[in-house]
Design a protein around this ligand. Structure first.
Ligand SMILES: [Zn+2]
Length: 1032
């Protein structure tokens, strides 16, 4: 979901630092929407390159051979498919490479990348990433990174640690902002303070449990320490980490770059400083910029401030050698956490076969192997889907499945989740048979074509974050000194592949033989749940602690106690943030301009039309407002949305239908929405939104496929349906721990009103429990029958609205197809759509899980979006996050993240993320009003303005052409109202804030809910003086 309003519900900016253990970026800031209702498909497209289209001609900015501020221009190339010019420059003094992409795109990007190759699992590179952003020579401010989040209109700000690199990227559409952030980032990485106290805060420390009581027990604390405990409590993360470590045991990839919790306490402060000197040397850095802002200013700043004084050093120490190939395959078995929300215990195993493929710098080979992997894995026409998934002895592909080019040697993995130990050998046999058959018999050429079509379509599909995507897709290759410029010529690579395929019909078969059959560098990794997993970890943690403490004398204990107090005082001290740059009101006064929307009534269907430059693609959305479903049918809607397009239709079986969809469109997706009335919050409606897009030349087929699905869907293949349902259930419980705060907020909102409760039943933890139970009690034919009855009540002309985004030139043709499409659509009797919202009495619930960290939330009802107080509450949420929750819950109490947010329906929520505490955090939430009163002086003009910038980051964020107008489509919020809302935000005063604080925070809310998702708590009632419902 891309709606700006949805951003209200999510929490885009609470955790800005992400790390990534595997090659795919799992930045938390990208979790715009994660819900169980939209079960995740395995990510097969690690290196998807997305193309935009803006035509412009521009003379070359730099000439090859010339020197600009100490940088010699080495290479200039125009890449027509993305309409960009690439400039590669190298600093003559230090050898630092500067890569600039000149492109007519307002969302400019800047990043500094380092090749970091740790040789232990202490989390050295990850902790350094945190510490670099804790204050530098020019900006000696505590945590300037978090402070800048409120002083900028960045569209993206992050820092990430990969297995062999650390990168510091940001993007913004405002040039002043760009220069501000650039100065902070550069100073942070080249001249960080790296103080001991920051090391204690961010890395690890021994501290008295109660810092004011020297006799209290010593414990291990630290932001990264807790972060990594949280990361590995998600089995999928632990599995992919072990896969990487065991497939590349020899060099840096054999270690956990993020840090293994039990190894982190081996790291000391001086190692970190040494590591910085060696790996953050300018010669070992790569600098990227993208967009329209003048790169010459960047070159000048770099040379003058950071590079001219430094010399060139030989960086071969950080180069990663190719993994030495094994002569024999290997097997490794590991234990995982028992997931009490997952499948029955004897099915909670995972298995994967992983293979080392080619050198990442061989770009054509790499590209072809990526395509081949997709052909083998993706959708019901692929070989592995047919042989591994359809026999239905597992919960489907696991998260490690796919091709990855994030390491020096690329990898392929295929794995299953929720599989029995007895079936491990079956999996291994099937793997061998599948690749051997594919090699002998070859691949279905139509299927290969549909995968290639999808590639080409994705080149045309415009992303508002193209510059970031390009950076992420190039980072690993660049890090290995590969040819990142040629790697952008995707069309050329596709043509070369097509040529090879037509010249040699065994082209792919030969690759299968080489990489899949005769490849002895093969790892079989298996994982089984261990009921004692958490206990064992706790035991090991205690042993580590005892080992550390056993020789401590009185002085040492005294020192630890004092350190605790010093750090506490340091965290509470006022920071001199005035020295950080900040935008001013005049920089942001003008709202961004969006294309106009038009509404037409076409065959009695309200249709929203937007003409926008779409790069030869037409986007279609159909929204079905649902009525007339009984409770059971409503509960089945998420499943319906997930499986209906995968079942085939009257005319095509599911394989044929999938092939057509993949070869003509970008996919047909259905999504369930529960939308509360943004005017009075008195009612809500349920709707199913179908989204699809196609190249203009394929638009007639796109409409035919939608029509076929809506009118001729079927659920009569029970074997296939059974498999889809079981995979769906397995996928719902994956990722709960990664997005625990969203689930905790859903759980808290469920206690506020009936609409909130329904939302949790349709997409929260409650949905997982419901589905597991439902499937146990019902037979597949019964479920199929019920899904069949739901169909006509959803795909119904009388409840439908349409939306088309297309180019001015193609729109008339698109509309002609649309008219024919809706004409034939069946109509049924229209009944009530709106359901009343009833608020409930306050209550609390605790989802007890086998994890070592908590996610806490408190939600209460205020006023919905159109109410005049909503913008003020939204500002307050930003302010409370920046000035109260982050300093207290994150910095002082050690949670990884915390914040406040308000939804368009008026639910105000507090949350914490990967939190070592639970009731203590809830108390912090409770004390918000006291804090707002006692720290009245903190709410000054500057902090108010910073909060406004925080909201503008969301309101003005760039939006893909296919999604323009989505707020009006879903929530009926007109562009004019959005503009009014924006100007209300800008005009809020301190008095407005004070009035609103009194009105909504002084006395306890009438309707609120609290939720803790985390390890078992036995005495919650006693600790909180409230009644808790415990859900196991
Ligand atoms: Zn981190």
């Amino acid at each position: 979901m891309f709606s700006r309003l949805n951003l209200l519900r999510s929490t885009r900016h609470y955790v800005v630092r992400a790390r990534c253990v595997t090659s795919s970026f799992k930045s938390l800031s990208t979790f715009v929407k994660t819900s169980a209702a939209k079960a995740k498909k395995p990510k097969l497209l690690h290196r998807q390159v997305i193309a935009p289209h803006v035509s412009y001609k521009r003379n070359s900015r730099y000439t090859e051979g010339n020197v600009y501020h100490g940088f010699r221009c080495e290479r200039v190339e125009h890449v027509s498919e993305f309409d960009l010019t690439s400039y590669t420059l190298r600093h003559e003094g230090t050898g630092t490479e500067f890569w600039h992409i000149d492109r007519n795109d307002a969302n400019n990007v800047f990043s500094i990348n380092f090749r970091t190759t740790p040789f232990d699992s202490t989390g050295l590179s990850h902790i350094l990433e945190h510490l670099s952003l804790c204050g530098s020579k020019k900006y000696p401010v505590r945590d300037p990174f978090f402070k800048m989040i409120n002083r900028s209109v960045a569209t993206f700000m992050n820092a990430m640690t990969g297995p062999d690199y650390t990168i510091y990227p940001f993007s913004t559409m405002n040039e002043i902002d760009f220069r501000n952030l650039q100065r902070i980032y550069l100073d942070a990485v080249f001249r960080p303070n790296l103080t001991y106290l920051d090391f204690l805060q961010e890395g690890w420390r021994l501290e008295n449990k109660d810092i004011h009581d020297q006799s209290s027990q010593l414990v291990i604390k630290g932001v990264v320490y807790n972060e990594m405990k949280g990361v590995f409590s998600e089995n999928a993360e632990a599995f992919s980490q072990k896969l990487l470590n065991n497939l590349f045991p020899g060099h840096t990839y054999g270690h956990v770059s993020g840090g293994n919790p039990l190894d982190i306490p081996k790291l000391n402060h001086t190692d970190l400083i040494e590591f910085h000197k060696k790996y953050y040397h300018p010669s070992n850095s790569r600098i990227y910029s993208y967009g329209t802002f003048d790169p010459t200013k960047t070159l000048e700043l770099l040379d003058k401030e950071y590079l001219s004084e430094e010399c060139w050093i030989d960086i071969s120490y950080s180069r990663i050698p190719q993994q030495k190939r094994w002569t024999q395959p290997r097997n490794v078995h590991i234990s995982g956490r028992l997931d009490n929300m997952g499948a029955v215990i004897d099915r909670q195993n995972q298995i994967a076969i992983a293979l080392l493929m080619c050198d990442a710098t061989n770009i054509q080979e790499n590209f072809e192997l990526h395509v081949l992997s997709e052909v083998l894995l993706r959708g019901p026409n692929s070989a592995f889907y047919k042989s591994l998934i359809e026999p239905n002895f597992s919960g489907g592909y696991n998260q490690s499945t796919g091709y990855s080019s994030g390491t020096k040697d690329t990898t392929f993995a295929v794995g299953l989740q929720d599989v029995r130990v007895e079936d491990f050998s079956k999996f291994i046999d099937i793997f061998a048979k599948t690749v051997s058959n594919a090699m002998k018999e070859g691949l279905d050429s139509q299927h290969v074509e549909s995968v290639l079509h999808n590639r080409e379509l994705s080149l045309k599909h415009q992303s508002p974050h193209f510059g970031n995507t390009l950076l992420f897709n190039s980072t690993a290759l660049w890090n290995h000194e590969g040819d990142v410029v040629s790697n952008l010529r995707v069309s050329d690579m596709i043509s070369r592949l097509r040529e090879s395929l037509s010249e040699d019909n065994r082209h792919f078969q030969n690759k299968i033989e080489k990489y899949f059959i005769n490849n002895t560098h093969r790892l079989i990794l298996t994982m089984s749940p261990d009921e004692l997993y958490e206990d064992n970890f706790k035991k090991a943690e205690l042993e580590l602690l005892e080992h550390k403490v056993k020789d401590f004398n009185k002085e040492k204990l005294q020192k630890i106690f004092e350190n605790g107090l010093t750090l506490d005082a340091f965290q509470k001290a006022k920071s001199n943030i005035e020295i950080l740059p900040c935008l001013t009101m005049s920089d942001v006064r003008e709202p961004p301009k969006w294309p106009k929307l038009f509404i037409q009534n076409i065959h009695n269907i309200k249709t929203q039309i937007c003409t926008v430059s779409t790069n030869d693609i037409t986007y279609l959305k159909c929204l079905f407002n649902i009525s007339d479903l009984n409770d059971e049918e409503i509960q089945l809607l998420p499943l319906f949305c997930n499986v209906v397009s995968a079942m085939g239709t009257a005319k095509y079986n599911y394989r044929e239908f999938d092939k057509l969809v993949l070869s003509k469109t970008g996919g047909i997706d259905l999504e369930l929405n529960l939308i509360e009335d943004v005017k009075d919050a008195a009612s809500y409606k349920l709707s199913v939104m179908m989204t699809t897009h196609a190249l203009d030349k394929n638009v007639p087929e796109m409409f035919c496929l939608c029509q076929e699905l809506f009118q001729n869907f079927k659920f009569d293949n029970f074997v296939h349906l059974k498999m889809l349902i079981e995979n769906y259930i397995s996928n719902t419980s994956v990722g709960v721990v990664n997005s625990g705060h969203l689930y905790a907020m859903l759980g808290a909102t469920a206690l506020v009103s009936n609409a909130g409760k329904l939302k949790s039943q349709l997409s929260g933890v409650d949905h997982i429990a419901f589905m597991k139970n439902y499937v146990q009690l019902s037979k597949i034919p019964e479920i199929a029958h019920k899904l069949t009855l739901i169909g006509p009540k959803v795909f119904n002309k009388s409840n439908m609205q349409g939306s088309i985004n297309s180019s001015k030139y193609f729109l008339p043709s698109a509309l002609d197809c649309y008219k024919t499409f809706v004409e034939t659509f069946p109509t049924f009797e229209k009944t009530k759509i709106r359901n009343n919202i009833n608020f409930t009495e306050p209550s609390c619930q605790h989802y007890s899980m086998n994890i070592p960290v908590n996610f806490c939330a408190k939600s209460f009802f205020t006023v919905p979006y159109l109410h005049k107080d909503h913008p003020i509450l939204r500002i307050l949420a930003k302010l409370v996050t920046a000035k109260y929750l982050l300093p207290v819950v994150r910095e002082q109490n050690g949670a990884y993240g915390s914040g406040a947010t308000i939804s368009s329906s008026g639910i105000f929520s507090f949350y914490s993320y990967r939190d070592p505490h639970s009731t203590k955090t809830l108390e912090v939430f409770e004390k918000t009003y006291d804090w707002l009163r006692s720290e009245k002086n903190l709410i000054d003009q500057q902090s108010l303005f910073e909060a406004k910038l925080g909201v503008l980051q969301q309101l003005d964020s760039p939006i893909a052409p296919g999604n323009i107008g989505i707020d009006y489509f879903l929530y009926e919020i007109s562009p004019a109202y959005s503009e009014k809302y924006r100007s209300q935000i800008l005009s809020i005063t301190i008095d407005d804030l004070q009035d609103t604080i009194e009105k909504y925070f002084k006395s306890p809310a009438k309707h609120y809910g609290k939720c803790i998702l985390g390890p078992v708590h036995s005495n919650l009632d006693l600790e909180t003086s409230e009644k808790w419902k415990i859900i196991n």
